[in-house]
Design a protein around this ligand. Structure first.
Ligand SMILES: [Fe+2]
Length: 412
């Protein structure tokens, strides 16, 4: 439930610190507004798209940084630009098309036009008509361009920041997170395989936390447990990076098996078989045999599970609503067989994925719980009360690390 009054004075973080999450962080409009200002539009690098979505000069796509819409362009010099999609004149959306190719961006309202770097290049009737009207002589186009974000393009991914003084991308990630970014994006040419989009009626942090929570995945997801794609008794690694803001969640895929831990996995269904074994059987791909879910604060999850690869773009819409835009991709030099498996395993993911549909449903229930919780708080003690790296997945260490960071950034 949102509130129009500033309740910050009466808010207290529970005395237990980052092993508790007060439910108001998920429900209050002013908390959400502060998150946009401080986290999404602050000193962060936000995912806005893949280079292969705008490969050629003139290509553009629309994207989001928090609740603000941006246009990602490839200019005539081949450079990626990220521009706020808001006309410098009256604030209309300049670009109304999700993807395309153009020489310039022209606002439909009064046809102010901008080049693909965001510079204002044309104002119709600037000198008036019949010697009357028009803009003042001192109107300077160069002072009225689209708002430009700082851009970093690396390994086929485009990142943007509102803060011109943001730390460089590599130090922003930290060594652990950067290793997994580069592992997925080593510079091989990417091929876009498709999109899925969905709105989940939950706070964006709930979605982010869910990908910092290997514990839930060993219990909630019948598909993961049964077919051995993600299990509590697999070799794994859970850690934070970037002062806790990012999460590195890694596991080995060891296939279908029965161990001492199986009896606690209520959704393990030994009798369940797939007629189409391909859907749950990955082909070996990465030398380390790992699967990884990386939460790169604040805007994206890097997903590598079985042979499906995706950037899950997190687009907050309000305290209780989040869009997830799944960008499924492969590498341009994939064999046809591997490409087929990537598409097949994408069925695990997305709005109706065999696995991900469980998350969407559970997170909607969590948001309902938070909205009626008053001053209560969630408990985060699985795997201890610290934020040190752990070599197993029965832990909430990455969520604790995130809230340690979050409280500091938000001033709570
Ligand atoms: Fe999940």
């Amino acid at each position: 439930m949102s509130s129009l009054v500033d309740k910050s004075a009466e808010r207290r973080w529970p005395a237990e610190g980052f092993t508790r999450i007060p439910y108001w962080v998920y429900t209050d409009q002013d908390v959400f507004d502060r998150e946009m200002e401080r986290l999404f539009w602050g000193a962060s690098w936000c995912f806005v798209g893949l280079s292969c979505e705008i490969p050629n000069p003139g290509d553009f796509k629309r994207s989001w940084v928090g609740t603000r819409q941006v246009v990602v362009t490839r200019d005539k010099d081949g450079v990626a630009n990220v521009l706020e999609n808001r006309c410098a004149h009256k604030g209309a959306l300049v670009c109304w098309q999700d993807r395309g190719t153009a020489k310039d961006l022209i606002c439909p309202y009064h046809q102010w036009s901008y080049d693909l770097k965001g510079n204002l290049t044309g104002v119709p009737l600037k000198r008036g008509a019949l010697g009357k009207g028009g803009m003042p002589r001192d109107f300077d186009n160069s002072r009225h361009g689209l708002r430009k974000l700082k851009v970093h393009e690396r390994g086929g991914v485009i990142w943007a920041s509102y803060d011109p003084d943001v730390p460089d991308f590599e130090s922003y990630c930290g060594p652990d997170a950067l290793h997994y970014v580069d592992r997925l994006f080593p510079g091989r040419e990417l091929e876009l395989l498709g999109y899925s989009r969905q709105i989940i009626p939950c706070n964006w942090k709930m979605y982010f936390e869910n990908l910092k929570d290997p514990y839930h995945a060993t219990l909630l997801h019948a598909f993961f447990i049964t077919f051995g794609l993600w299990r509590a008794d697999s070799k794994s690694h859970s850690s934070c990076d970037g002062d806790g803001r990012h999460g590195v969640m890694v596991s080995r895929n060891e296939g279908k098996k029965t161990t001492g831990a199986t009896k606690e996995m209520a959704r393990f269904a030994d009798s369940l078989e797939m007629n189409d074994k391909d859907s749950v059987t990955p082909a070996p791909e990465f030398a380390d045999r790992e699967v990884a879910g990386i939460t790169l604060f604040p805007s994206v999850v890097l997903q590598q599970q079985a042979n499906t690869l995706a950037m899950r773009h997190i687009i907050p819409k309000g305290p209780g609503q989040t869009e997830i835009s799944w960008h499924f991709f492969g590498y341009a030099d994939d064999t046809p067989e591997l490409r087929r498996l990537r598409l097949r395993h994408a069925n695990l993911m997305g709005p109706s994925g065999f696995v991900s549909v469980d998350d969407s449903e559970v997170l909607a229930q969590c948001q309902f719980g938070a909205s009626t919780a008053g001053n209560a708080a969630a408990v985060l003690e699985m795997g201890g009360k610290e934020t040190e790296p752990q070599d197993h997945m029965v832990t909430e260490v990455m969520i604790r690390g995130f809230y340690k960071f979050y409280r500091k950034e938000m001033g709570y």
